[in-house]
Design a protein around this ligand. Structure first.
Ligand code: CP
Ligand code: NVA
Length: 302
């Protein structure tokens, strides 16, 4: 049987996504009561990292250990991937040895190629185009604080990057409206926007975008791989900071999220992450619970 993969949010249908999030909430509660089961005994997760990570690595590795399995950290610097072994060959070999694989890399085509040649489930742990695991955590966090996100308005303020594009997919799968405020030249993929045009609205003024919003989300202005553009981007994104003033224009019970790492003084003010409307620490914690639920789901299908 062909394995199920999680390369974008579209790989699970809306009811499967809901099921994963409900299970994540349950796993979180079990962990707090100290009564979680080891539901994946002996399973091995291969974790391929071609970019840096704190949350993703720790949440997958700790999650696997908590479920009775184990995880292997595979950096491209120390494997043959870094010396040019083809992705397809690496996928064929690794998937004969481990039960599930997660990959953080640059081009989205790399995870697609890996998945195509893998005999075990593959999870996208961030590419230049998408970061779907983060959206599972974000949707879990919204649910825990405010209930169903269906019919709500979410504002994305900043770069039309991998996180923004994942929010476009989330708008479709979780049925919300998405306002995107970004400077000219930093829009998300035009085809993706066209496909979802009935759900998204593009703004140049963040203040207009956040009006009537239930959730305001931002991310770094310079993603991994764009380090050389950092200064030019800081200039281009002037006026796009999510701060107390901007949050005051959203609905009074609006939440604020950021996938982290955050750069205080740039895309967020020095203090906004510590305000009551910010749920960024829950959002980070939920990576653990949501990915445990995701791995259970994918391995149960396998
Ligand atoms: N949000 C996120 O994916 O964080 P890391 O880069 O630390 O994994
Ligand atoms: N957009 C950011 C997210 C980091 C978790 C990046 O790709 O670097």
């Amino acid at each position: 049987m062909k394995p199920r993969h999680f390369l974008t949010l579209l790989d699970l249908n809306p009811s499967e996504l809901k099921q994963v999030i409900e299970r994540a909430v349950e796993l979180k509660a079990l962990r707090k009561q100290d009564s979680e089961d080891k539901t994946l005994p002996g399973k091995v997760l291969g974790m391929i990292f071609e970019k840096s990570s704190t949350r993703t690595r720790v949440s997958f590795e700790a999650g696997m250990a908590q479920m009775g399995g184990s995880a292997l950290f595979l950096s491209s610097n120390d494997t043959q991937l870094g010396r040019g072994e083809p992705i397809a060959d690496s996928a064929r070999v690794l998937s004969r040895m481990v039960d599930i694989v997660m990959i953080r890399t640059f081009g989205h085509d790399i995870v697609e190629t890996f998945a195509q040649h893998s005999t075990v489930p593959v999870i996208n742990a961030l590419t230049d185009d998408y970061h779907p695991c983060q959206l599972l955590a974000d949707m879990q966090t919204y649910w825990e604080h405010r209930g169903d996100i269906a019919g709500k308005t979410v504002s994305w303020v900043g770069d039309g990057n991998n996180m923004c594009q994942s929010y476009i997919n989330a708008a479709r799968q979780f049925d919300f409206k998405l306002n995107i405020a970004c400077p000219e030249g930093f829009e998300p993929d035009s085809e993706l926007m066209a496909l979802n045009k009935q759900r998204i609205e593009l703004f140049r003024d963040p203040k207009q975008a956040v009006a009537n919003s239930d959730l305001v989300v931002t991310d770094t202005w310079a993603s991994m791989g764009q380090e050389e553009e950092k200064l030019a981007r800081e200039k281009a994104f002037t006026g796009y900071q999510v701060n107390e003033e901007l949050m005051s224009l959203a609905n009074s019970d609006a939440l604020m999220m950021h996938c982290l790492p955050a750069y205080r003084g740039l895309e967020v003010s020095e203090t906004i992450l510590d305000q009551d409307d910010s749920v960024v620490w829950d959002e980070a914690e939920n990576r653990l619970h949501a990915q445990k639920a995701l791995m259970e789901f994918l391995l149960a299908q396998h």
